[in-house]
Design a protein around this ligand. Sequence first.
Ligand SMILES: Nc1ncnc2c1ncn2[C@@H]1O[C@H](COP(=O)(O)OP(=O)(O)O)[C@@H](O)[C@H]1O
Ligand SMILES: [Mg+2]
Length: 296
Amino acid sequence: MTEPTPFPPAHPSPPLAAPPARPGDPPPGEPWYLPTGDEHAVFEAAWAARLPVLLRGPTGCGKTRFVEHMAWRLHREAGRARTALDVPLVTVACHEDLSASDLVGRWLLSGDATVWRDGPLARAVRSGAMCYLDEVVEARRDTTVVIHSLTDHRRVLPIEKTGELLEAHPDFMLVVSYNPGHAAAGKTLKASTRQRFVSLDFTYPGIDAETTIVAHETGLDAPTAQRLARIGERLRHLEGHGLDDGVGTRLLVHAGKLIARGVPPRLACDVAIARALTEDADVRRAITDVCDVLMP
Ligand SMILES: Nc1ncnc2c1ncn2[C@@H]1O[C@H](COP(=O)(O)OP(=O)(O)O)[C@@H](O)[C@H]1O
Ligand SMILES: [Mg+2]
């Protein structure tokens, strides 16, 4: 058997850790986020007014990164009270089996006794952290009850199993995300839930912004990053024509990271973009054609 040939490095020194710092970068530790509209100002005002925020948009367009960035930023700016928090952001990836108990907490056996263990939402409510419920419509219906009591003037979390009515810490904030692309599958937010939130819409960045994002996240040079951004833009035209899920910036970043580590660009696009998007051979060929034209 012959040894596989390693890919020749496309760049003299591929970034193996964090990409090098660039002018305008945030302080070390703060997740980098490129604003594409007035999301910073709206989020900060919502935070100041203690209003819950809903991030709407397709997968891979920066919602999670934005929340991480804002949690970090508000944590840094808010002074000692918040910087004393162990975790400024508690993220829960919602799924179809996630119930209110998973969020609120449960009794656990400890030797002969039972002890109460707060769930992630209760921990955030108690400590004044930000809680991010990612893809909230995936969760079971019984989670709506706890979300509702936390998102109106009451700001309380009823813990049924212990009888506690937990009042939210003044700094607690609830953020949820929602992908409207899944509405066709019956996954929509009820109006009574949606109307409690300030809504921020996320969409794909334009070519220039996406080039900046891909270059920043991968360490690639601007021309290569721009080719990936163009591929993203072109593939988005295929949405609805065989491509059902959105072509998120995430896919372009993944392809870029492979290229930066020496994977030939067309192979990187195939494994990180085409195969990630579809199982259908014809659609994959259409994607590969676009990549071959734009990625020489
Ligand atoms: N505006 C942005 N600023 C910085 N990075 C971004 C931005 N939009 C997308 N990204 C990149 O795309 C990746 C996926 O974004 P993410 O926030 O996880 O998407 P979502 O939560 O919307 O599915 C991030 O890890 C980041 O590399
Ligand atoms: Mg996300």
